[in-house]
Design a protein around this ligand. Structure first.
Ligand SMILES: [Zn+2]
Length: 97
């Protein structure tokens, strides 16, 4: 049997299994989140939009050592955009601001 990873809920202190769930938002935005199974507190793990997914695809297609720098560059862009989407979604309830 697989050992599930657990985390402690900051809201109620309950320890629960990490099970990633996905939720769709307007404008092709997808949120991956976990939820406490006792108090249902919602934790956003990460948020992507079509631009992020396109950049990820582009990065995955660049294989080999010759593309290392370009891949790192793309990863920086992806990280920055995902951080902004997540921050917007948590603070304002909308990622695409
Ligand atoms: Zn909880």
């Amino acid at each position: 049997m697989n050992q599930l990873e657990t985390t402690m809920c900051n809201n109620c202190g309950h320890v629960f299994n990490i099970v990633f769930k996905e939720k769709s938002h307007p404008n092709n935005i997808k949120e991956t989140y976990i939820e406490c199974d006792r108090c249902y507190f919602h934790y956003t793990s990460f948020v992507t939009d079509s631009r992020v997914r396109k950049l990820q695809k582009k990065k995955d297609q660049l294989k080999g050592a010759i593309h290392i720098e370009r891949r790192l560059e793309l990863q920086d862009q992806i990280n920055a955009r995902m951080a902004r989407l997540k921050d917007n979604l948590i603070r304002f309830g909308r990622a695409d601001l």
